[in-house]
Design a protein around this ligand. Structure first.
Ligand code: AMP
Ligand code: ZN
Length: 209
């Protein structure tokens, strides 16, 4: 694996082919990540297996997405043959996050990360979130945003790998997961609950150190 975050030039398609592909893919919003995967200008890191970009609507100071280069729609399409790929994505996510945190002189919760998948993703290309635990961001606006990163709707990447190794597939209880998004707003660091996102955000500042 390349150790630098510089883009590499593996498996690129010709510019014309790319442009045409992007035009057709952009016809649906859920293809946004497929477009991003092919867009060198947003790339933080790429190797033979995966690509890392910044989340376009970050829900914390550092919020990255790690995607396989091969098209895998979501966790429903993953089986135990994908374990090496998922392990590699986790390793790369950790390395890139730590490099960015060091470069940005991030400390405390700004330099603590979780790595994982949304149980029910909205975008049609497998992506692992790498998210710093400050959750300080203007793009974090809704209860759904909050609960998708702080409840068990967020599937830890290491648990996903363990689950795949044990059960050969990932099963998601869709009804239970949808309900989690309606949970009351509870701080991820302490038992406090809040009636609104602005009040929660005010409280989050007390955990910054
Ligand atoms: P989810 O499918 O719920 O796991 O999350 C999709 C993530 O992709 C969200 O965090 C969005 O903010 C992010 N996102 C949406 N469009 C783009 C884009 N064009 N480039 C990068 N990230 C995006
Ligand atoms: Zn708290």
């Amino acid at each position: 694996m390349a150790s630098s975050m510089s883009p590499t030039t593996t498996k690129r398609k010709g510019p014309l082919e790319n442009n045409n592909q992007n035009k057709s893919k952009k016809s649906h919003w859920s293809a946004a990540l497929s477009d991003a995967l092919d867009d060198e200008s947003v790339r933080l890191y790429r190797d033979d297996l995966c690509t890392v970009i910044r989340d376009k609507f970050p829900k914390a100071k550092i919020h990255l997405l790690v995607m396989p280069n091969e098209h895998i729609t979501d966790l429903k399409c993953v089986n135990d043959t994908h374990v090496p790929l998922l392990k590699h994505m986790l390793k790369v996510g950790k390395e890139v996050a730590e490099k960015i945190a060091a470069k940005e002189n991030a400390t405390g919760s700004f330099a603590q990360f979780r790595y994982g998948y949304h149980a029910i993703p909205s975008l049609a290309l497998l992506h692992m979130h790498v998210i710093s635990q400050d959750f300080i961001s203007p793009s974090l606006k809704t209860k759904k945003h909050w609960n998708s990163f702080t409840t068990s709707y967020f599937l830890d990447a290491s648990d996903v790998i363990d689950d795949l190794q044990a059960n050969h597939a990932i099963r998601v209880d869709v009804a239970r997961m949808r309900k989690l998004l309606d949970n009351e707003l509870q701080c991820h660091e302490c038992p406090h609950t809040f009636p609104t996102i602005p009040k929660l955000k005010q409280h989050l500042m007390t955990h910054i150190y």
